[in-house]
Design a protein around this ligand. Structure first.
Ligand SMILES: O=C(O)/C=C(\CC(=O)C(=O)O)C(=O)O
Length: 313
């Protein structure tokens, strides 16, 4: 049954709703695992979608997110502001505030935000801002404006999350390497996994991480990057094999700077909606040892989002 969009909204044509009744993962997540990339959408009647949005999703509430967290075996979430809410962070903030300390947030802000408003976001659990360069999702924001925001949030100890497509990395390189904070790349900079892993495009991404120890990467979203599948559906235990070498390379070379997230509720997928339980079963393919899994799922996200509670803090 189709999921609703409440309020005065109509879902984008062809919108795929998130998966109902995901499998229980076979892979047992380590204790304290963090889903470090997920979103909430609305509900539209309570938290309206932004006028400047490029898509209108089905609602995906904090209650549904936290039910999924518990079902999959995660302990915590990092809720990333999605572009359908623009710079109106209320839905994400509400999710953080009602999580009992189990969620942190990544916000979208404009240069007009006041210091008091930034502090309020911090108090709610926000620890980063997201700069989005994916052209189908956002209008262009001048780089001097973003740099000004980065310099302000650096003082709060926050980081910058960047979302871009692999072909755009050369053009964005100088801006990214000028950022004064920890920089977290969404979904490995969206490599084209039909190209060779040792080709120039992915080599540039690895060089970006190698030469800049402040750069981290989420090794998430195989369902978005995969060309040949197989899809995480119908019990598939070896999903998205074409993405595995890319993600595994990043995990093995930079074990202390990687994060993983479900990306629930998977905005803008066109082909299929994955079973989130089977997505969790993808993790041991890219982080094959208990040590790598512990860093990817617990130690790294705790260091970035809950430093006071991290092991050795
Ligand atoms: O969920 C993601 O990471 C990816 C998105 C959506 C998004 O980022 C947003 O709307 O802010 C995408 O590629 O459409």
């Amino acid at each position: 049954m189709s999921k609703p969009t409440t309020g005065d909204f109509t879902k984008t044509a062809g919108w795929l709703d998130w998966y109902t009744g995901p499998a229980k993962p076979r892979f047992q997540l380590p204790a304290g695992a963090v889903d470090a990339h997920c979103h909430v959408f609305g509900p539209g009647a309570e938290f309206p979608y932004a006028p400047e949005r490029k898509y209108t999703p089905c609602d995906a509430s904090k209650h549904e997110l936290y039910a999924l967290r518990d079902h999959l075996g995660f302990a915590r979430n990092v809720v990333v502001q999605a572009t359908c809410h623009g710079a109106d962070n209320r839905a994400m903030v509400d999710a953080c505030l009602s999580s009992g300390g189990k969620a942190r947030g990544v916000a979208t802000v404009k240069r007009s935000i006041s210091d008091a408003e930034l502090q309020q976001l911090h108090d709610a659990g926000v620890r980063g801002v997201r700069f989005n360069f994916v052209k189908r999702l956002v209008d262009f924001t001048p780089k001097d404006e973003l740099l000004e925001i980065a310099e302000r949030i650096a003082q709060l100890g926050w980081h910058v999350v960047i979302y871009f497509e692999a072909v755009d990395l050369p053009e964005l390189w100088d801006f990214f390497t000028a950022l004064p904070t920890t920089v977290v790349v969404d979904h490995m900079g969206r490599p084209d996994v039909s190209k060779p892993i040792d080709g120039p495009e992915f080599a540039l991404f690895l060089k970006f991480m190698r030469e800049h120890p402040n750069v981290w990467s989420k090794v998430s979203c195989p369902e978005r990057l995969s060309v040949t599948g197989p899809k995480a559906l119908n019990g598939e235990q070896a999903a998205y094999q074409d993405v595995v070498p890319f993600a595994r390379r990043v995990v093995e070379e930079f074990p202390d700077r990687v994060l993983w997230g479900t990306d629930w509720p998977h905005p803008n997928l066109k082909d299929h909606m994955p079973d989130d339980g089977l997505l969790v079963d993808f993790i041991p393919h890219i982080a094959p040892t208990p040590e790598l899994q512990q860093k990817l799922l617990v130690d790294n996200p705790m260091r970035l989002y809950w430093p006071d509670e991290a092991q050795g803090a």
